[in-house]
Write a protein that binds this ligand. Structure first.
Ligand code: NAP
Ligand code: COA
Length: 279
């Protein structure tokens, strides 16, 4: 018998799990965040995505519509609070109030701290940390009405130092603490907040920029790179009633990569840093 090609999430979870729900994903035009958006779309959600590049969002929207989802693709830089407010207002007008906010927009590059300019450090803090706060803050009124939830896309750099990632470690650690504060403050409104820590996810910009894939793989006990679906499934479970009593948690979804520490990353990142630009 031919193997069933239906995605795992659609075989294991009800296809209408997020029917009538609206999911807003920052940085949803590509990579892991688009994979998360696709999982929600496959489970019946209406999906809004934002990012800086309208053409990229439009291409992603076509992929999401292929799941039958209603989609709103709106350009907004997460560093610009007014732009995010406008994006969330448009998403509300077109798709209804947000039930699930995914804060996934991020920037990253490898840079030794002593050569990283203050503005380079600030750029990553602004996109990752301030951008996550901006999105959560701008979505609060809608989330309060829906008793919704927020998922922050963090990274192992938040709790394990990685060479040439001082800016990202500070930003992602800040995101996880922001998540805990919001879980505490917004719990009484019925809003749950959690972080997901992806491991190295195949085919993504993050892996291209940061990891030497072969070296990295040696440090993953499960012996494979993650997929965007691995993260999408985690997001779907955390946002669903299956996790209705889970808030304030950092959920690590990395094949056990953190157990090996960051030494293999450091060796690979040093090679990536030494490689000629564009190699
Ligand atoms: P990606 O495809 O580059 O995703 C980042 C997205 O954020 C892009 O769509 C980008 O679109 C958007 N973005 C960047 N700056 C923005 C801004 N100022 N305002 C709004 N949107 C902005 O990278 P990825 O590797 O899939 O990473 C996705 C998330 O997973 C990130 O939070 C990353 O830290 C996390 N993560 C990734 C890995 C991995 O293995 N890839 C591992 C751990 C954690 P525009 O450039 O068009 O704005
Ligand atoms: N090494 C060191 N510094 C760097 C750098 C690198 N590879 N890339 C950018 N910077 C510095 C710039 O020099 C600048 O600082 P300066 O003004 O002191 O010179 C600062 O960062 C801002 O650069 P700019 O290009 O204006 O930022 P931006 O806001 O247009 O872009 C980035 C943000 C730099 C994070 C860019 O890489 C990006 O857009 N990333 C999104 C996609 C991504 O990173 N995906 C992976 C997610 S894990």
């Amino acid at each position: 018998m031919a193997p069933d090609s239906t995605p795992l999430v659609q075989r294991l979870l009800p296809l209408d799990l997020f029917q009538g729900k609206t999911v807003f994903v920052t940085g949803g035009g590509s990579g892991i965040n688009l994979g998360v958006a696709q999982t929600f779309a496959a489970l019946g959600a209406r999906v809004a995505i934002c990012g800086r590049t309208q053409a990229r969002l439009d291409a992603a929207a076509s992929e999401l519509r292929a799941h039958g989802a209603q989609v709103c693709a709106v350009a907004a830089d997460v560093r610009d609070y007014a732009a995010l407010e406008a994006a969330l207002a448009r998403s509300e007008a077109e798709l209804g109030q947000v039930d699930v906010l995914v804060c996934g927009a991020a920037g990253n590059f490898v840079a030794p701290a002593e050569r990283l300019s203050p503005n380079g450090f600030k750029s990553v803090i602004d996109i990752d940390l301030l951008g996550s706060f901006n999105a959560a803050r701008a979505a609060f009124d809608q989330l309060r009405r829906t008793r919704g939830c927020v998922l922050f896309i963090s990274a192992g750099m938040a709790y394990m130092p990685h060479a040439f990632q001082a800016h990202v470690g500070a930003a992602k650690a800040g995101i996880d603490m922001l998540m805990r504060n919001l879980a505490l403050e917004w719990g009484p409104h019925g809003i749950r907040c959690n972080s997901i820590v992806p491991g190295p996810i195949e085919g993504t910009e993050g892996v291209k920029r940061l990891f030497d894939a072969d070296t990295m793989l040696a440090g993953v006990p499960l012996g494979r790179m993650g997929t965007v679906d691995d993260i999408g499934r985690m997001a779907a479970v955390l946002a669903s009633p299956l996790a209705s009593y889970v808030t304030g948690c950092v959920v690590v979804c990395d094949g056990g990569q953190n157990l090996a520490g960051s030494a293999l990353f450091n060796a690979g990142a040093a090679r990536a840093l030494a490689a000629p630009a564009g190699a």
